[in-house]
Design a protein around this ligand. Sequence first.
Ligand code: SAH
Length: 217
Amino acid sequence: MVVDTHRHRGLRQQLVKELKTKGIRDERILDAFMQIPRHFFLEKTFAEWAYKDVAFPIDADQTISQPFTVAMQTSLLNIKKGDKVLEIGTGSGFQASVLYYIGAKVYTIERQKKLFEKTEKFLHDLGFGNVRTLFGDGYEGAPRFAPFDKIIITAGAVEIPKKLIDQLKPNGLMVIPLGDESGVQKMLRITKNEDGSLTRENFGNYRFVPFLKGVNI
Ligand code: SAH
């Protein structure tokens, strides 16, 4: 069993300091990084990497996003307590846990069956069973639970998925890394205005694993 020790807390404190110097100001987000044992989300042998500000491979050739990226995407969402949030790309479950910790009602979709099953069980065991995990293709969203206040995409998209925009409430926000085949994306925040038009803001370049179509069983 993996344990959380005094040393891990020390490493988390260092990471929080680093996130602050990189511009993360929201105390709730910093507190989530202080309290959530990120090393539980990595394979045991790689626990050393959990508190470095880098992306890291998890199962099924996927990655757990870099801590700064998680903090940045979370802060762009402007979470209010009780916001209904849809995440595309559950992966390790860490981003979903941060959103849940700061008071969002979280629905998260993963397209890789094995990863979905593993993370669903893991989040439950961790006490984050209220995070609603869904297996499916994120391009379809989660119509059964729509509309959402916020949608966050944690894989690199090459288009803005229309079905996801449709599942956003008026004045809702979507945070999406949008790029081309080169593998670099611009972090966009898209506001769905009352009249249905979209406003885009750009927050710089990032690199994500691709947002793929269909599921992988
Ligand atoms: N949010 C994750 C980071 C995940 S990496 C974390 O905190 O660990 C991106 C994830 O998106 C991968 O697990 C990948 O399998 C998933 N993904 C890619 N395309 C998808 C799609 N169409 N639907 C759902 N998940 C998708």
